[in-house]
Design a protein around this ligand. Structure first.
Ligand SMILES: Cc1cc2nc3c(=O)[nH]c(=O)nc-3n(C[C@H](O)[C@H](O)[C@H](O)COP(=O)(O)OP(=O)(O)OC[C@H]3O[C@@H](n4cnc5c(N)ncnc54)[C@H](O)[C@@H]3O)c2cc1C
Length: 391
């Protein structure tokens, strides 16, 4: 499996000294889990286009699902510990981190924040243990970056809700026991819990992906789906509710992609020290060193940004625009790191005997989902200038 099993995290700025003992312990536990349980199987799942379902019970037992939520069987960890979990999981694979991000940030968070007590009791403990799986349906075939244009509708008929519409590119769609579906009502956008097996609700998979292959991605089709009155998330109010979920998940992505970047940096560094060309290791050539120095610098800057935002989140002062900056920055850095690492590995950079090629493919989906680079740029542009370009 290439050079993955003796991974060294990058810590050029002694960031270790800024973490608590508990945060370091959590990071090291997840790092060991990824090395021992994920890396031996992930290439095979990526090749076959399957998610490693056998890992779900362990992920649940370790408390990684909804790890930053309190009560209902959740671990109640701080944002930095949560970020470190995402960092380590994505060092393994973006599909694995996506599974945990969606379950925690996009399914458990909205039930926790907007759900009734009955909904919380019913779903959160099972979702935290991994005994139930959830998905988050916001994107539609014709509305990605502009979710406010959604055409999925929920209409009240007597004491029932009738849902019609379609969602696209939904992580965990076909395997989810419960879908958090966002739909327009007479009262604006609201969230609904749609259970697997409900008549009129189907979830065919997207096939032929070259990115996030070890992750399930599906459409959600809703044809006259009849839901009980209490299927609505009572606290959800307008588009800002799904956007609040996205801010949670984007914070995790910002950390996750820097785990991915550290993985390809580590692989490229060690490869360059072993690969002899023109009579010496390619690590000794200035052009290779330029690539490694760029990667180390950008990863270090990103680690510091993520950590600082984690501390702001802990203090309750983080803003969605700051999270946009971190998601955008992390994805840019990670994407460029996969390109540089792939170059350093030469032909081996496109072989799945090494991890770099898989991360190279995965980062393309992560760069696009939960707000593209363009959209986060516009969010920052709006914040900086006060002139929103997307309205
Ligand atoms: C593997 C995967 C998993 C996903 N999982 C989920 C999920 O679980 N739940 C969910 O709801 N969604 C999910 N998504 C959907 C994802 O969030 C969307 O793909 C994303 O929001 C972009 O939407 P789009 O693909 O429709 O692109 P579009 O919005 O059509 O954008 C196409 C291009 O136009 C650019 N663009 C759009 N508007 C502007 C503008 N105003 N100015 C400049 N450029 C612009 C974009 O940046 C992009 O480059 C997933 C996607 C993938 C690939």
């Amino acid at each position: 499996m290439g050079l993955g099993s003796s991974f060294q995290g990058l810590d050029y700025a002694n960031i270790e000294s800024l973490l608590s003992d508990e945060e370091k312990m959590i990071r090291d536990t997840v790092r060991a889990f990824v090395t021992d349980e994920v890396l031996p199987v992930i290439e095979h799942h990526f090749r076959d286009g399957t998610f490693p379902n056998q890992l779900i019970p362990a992920i649940g037992t370790m408390g990684l699902l909804g790890a930053n939520l309190h009560g209902y069987g959740c671990a109640g960890l701080g944002p930095v510990a949560y970020g470190l979990i995402m960092q380590e999981l994505e060092r393994g694979d973006s599909g694995l981190r996506s599974f945990v991000s969606v379950q925690g940030g996009l399914v458990m968070y909205p039930i926790h924040a907007f759900g009734s007590e009955t909904q919380k009791e019913r779903w959160l403990p099972a979702l935290a243990k991994g005994e139930a799986i959830g998905c988050f349906g916001l994107t539609e075939p014709d509305h990605g970056s502009d979710p406010g244009g959604m055409t999925t509708r929920a209409v009240k008929k007597g004491d029932k809700w009738i849902l019609n519409g379609a969602k696209a590119w939904i992580t965990n769609g076909s395997v989810a026991d419960v879908a958090v579906v966002w739909a327009k009502t007479g009262d604006g956008v609201r969230g609904f819990l749609v259970e697997k097996g409900t008549p009129g609700y189907t979830a065919p998979d997207h096939t032929g992906k070259f990115s996030l292959r070890a992750s399930v991605t599906s459409e959600l089709i809703l044809q006259d789906v009849e839901l009980e009155a209490d299927a609505i998330l009572p606290g959800s109010k307008g588009l800002k509710s799904p956007l609040m979920c996205l801010t949670q998940a984007r914070f995790g992505i910002a950390w996750g992609v820097i785990g991915l970047a550290q993985c390809v940096f580590d692989e490229a560094l060690r490869y360059s020290q072993q690969r002899i060309m023109f009579g010496k290791p390619i690590a000794g050539f200035q052009l290779t060193q330029r690539k490694l120095a760029w990667m180390a610098t950008e990863i270090t800057k990103s680690q510091l940004l993520n950590l600082h935002l984690g501390r702001l989140k802990e203090a309750g002062t983080i803003t969605p625009q700051q999270v946009s900056m971190a998601k955008m920055n992390g994805c840019r850095v990670a994407r460029e790191c996969t390109h540089l690492a792939r170059e350093i590995l030469g032909a081996n950079g496109i072989s799945d005997e090494y991890q770099t090629g898989r991360h190279f493919c995965n980062i393309e989906a992560v760069y696009t989902y939960e707000g593209t680079d363009d959209i986060h740029t516009l969010v920052l542009g709006d914040r900086i200038t006060g002139a929103p370009a997307y309205e």
